[in-house]
Ligand binder design. Structure first.
Ligand code: ZN
Length: 492
């Protein structure tokens, strides 16, 4: 029997602002859509956390035995610099600055994104559709919205009529924004905008003479508005009404509110049953910002090539650290917090390894079945990974007692303990065993020995030997990093 039949999963729904019992549209199947990256720059740490949260959610749904269709799009056109449909297309701007083709920008950052997601042990989504691959469908949806009377064309651009929609439906249903109030508080249009109201948003934008990302449409050459692609691709692959839609908290408004308005206009139903939003991430207690230098990229954490963390951290440690916070809580990323996580992570990994040499004896002095239930209860309560991890450490404590012969376990319970730990640690949390992705104790020992010999060489001013050790290690893919507190290394 599938596990989901034995468990009652509850999900916090951003739409109702309550935890609700999860009931998919089609029993045993889950349709999940997550807004993917806009591929005009490297994926930053905040994005990594959002996608990792949904990777964990996807993994747990699979673990429960659901057949999941997970769609995560790639935005490769239409995302303008600000929310008011003004400014340049982000990808086009990058292409102009670097004097390359927009599709070269897209290719570069799609490759970067996939590199990061595979390095961080993400499961690939079932479908990864692109905005540019769905221009025809987007034009069709615009036509439908115009036919239903909720969009208007001005000078080759098409805008969604938010006020008209709000008269019949509730624009603000997700974000809680009061559109009447917003209209009341906005100054009258300065005559520069084509929109009837500032709240209206673009479904299609006319391409200027120099705009190279352009497609033919009934309204002339142009390109789609950013919000449209998600309505189009989610309904195409998951149906007019599907189970889960996720994204970062920052997408709730206007992006997701606009998606609801577009989809609802076409289908007449609420498109999504459970809206899920992952919270933000700060770095060293402050907002991440490239300009202030308070910034680190996902791959720089692993390589150690950054100025904000004391040493490199393996992907397993980073994943473990992120999973120690609930996906709806704000999380502060810092070297100190990662160092603390590293200790816990190694304890957990050592305990799992130790399980292989535990001897069974009589009955168990720890209620393994009750413990297993608690692990599921944590995950069934809106994917509460920090509580799950606390339970995992109850098991670690027990395993350590077993090692010291101050506790006992039966053969049956040992099997349950092993299977449950493996399922939650590797399948659900997606942690990786150090040694495969990171490095083993033996490698640590050997490199640290070489680091000590190199230091002796340097103390003796034998620069040739010191450089030889550094260079030959680098040739093997091991990079030494000299810092105030000595030399550390990373496997690159
Ligand atoms: Zn989206």
């Amino acid at each position: 029997m599938e596990l989901y039949k034995e468990h009652q999963l509850k999900i916090y729904n951003s739409l109702s602002k309550e935890k609700e019992i999860f009931k998919p549209v089609l029993e045993g199947h889950v349709g999940m859509y997550v807004c993917g990256p806009t591929v005009y720059s490297n994926v930053h740490l905040g994005n990594l956390r959002t996608f990792m949260s949904f990777d964990m959610i996807y993994r747990y749904l699979l673990h429960l035995g659901y057949k999941v269709r997970y769609v995560r799009n790639i935005t490769d056109a239409g995302h303008l610099e600000n929310d008011e449909d003004e400014g340049e297309d982000k990808i086009l701007k990058k292409a102009r600055l670097e004097q390359i083709e927009p599709m070269e920008v897209v290719q570069r950052y799609v490759v970067d994104f996939h590199n990061i997601t595979s390095k961080y042990n993400f499961l690939p989504p079932s479908i990864e559709p692109t905005a540019t691959g769905h221009i025809i469908e987007q034009i069709e949806m615009i036509k439908e919205i115009i036919d239903k009377g909720f969009a208007y064309e001005v000078n080759g651009s098409v805008y969604f009529d938010v006020l008209k929609y709000n008269k019949e439906h509730n624009y603000g249903v997700l974000s809680g924004r009061n559109i009447e109030e917003a209209i009341h508080n906005t100054r009258t249009l300065d005559g520069q905008s084509e929109k009837r109201n500032p709240q209206d948003f673009a479904l299609w934008k006319k391409a200027g003479a120099n705009h190279i990302m352009r497609w033919v449409s009934p309204w002339g050459d142009g390109f789609p508005g950013w919000h449209l692609e998600c309505s189009v691709m989610s309904s195409k692959y998951l149906g007019e009404q599907f189970d889960i839609h996720g994204g970062g908290m920052d997408l709730k408004f206007p992006h997701h509110e606009c998606e609801i308005a577009q989809s609802h206009t076409c289908s007449g139903v609420q498109p999504v049953n459970y809206w899920m939003h992952a919270n933000m991430l700060s770095l060293n207690g402050q907002k991440m910002s490239k300009s202030t230098g308070n910034y680190v990229l996902p791959l720089e954490i692993v390589s150690g090539k950054n100025n904000v963390l004391p040493k490199p951290f393996s992907v397993g440690i980073v994943r473990f650290f992120i999973m120690q916070a609930h996906y709806r809580s704000v999380l502060d990323f810092s070297g100190e917090a990662l160092l603390a996580s590293e200790k816990g992570y190694f304890k957990l990994m050592e305990a799992i390894k130790a399980l292989n040499s535990i001897e069974v004896k009589g009955s168990s002095s720890f209620d393994v079945v009750a413990w297993k239930d608690k692990c599921y209860q944590a995950m069934n309560d809106d994917f509460n990974t920090p509580i799950l991890i606390a339970h995992l450490f109850d098991a670690v404590k027990f395993i350590n007692q077993l090692k010291e012969n101050s506790a006992t376990i039966s053969a049956k319970d040992l099997e349950i303990l092993k299977a449950t730990l493996n399922a939650f640690v590797f399948d659900v949390l997606g942690l990786v065993e150090e040694g495969s992705e990171g490095h083993s104790d033996k490698l640590d020992g050997v490199v640290n020995l070489l680091i000590r010999l190199r230091k002796e060489a340097r103390d003796n001013k034998n620069w040739a030997l010191s450089d030889q050790i550094r260079d030959e290690l680098l040739a093997l893919g091991i990079q030494l990093k000299d810092g105030k507190e000595g030399t550390s290394f990373s496997v690159i």
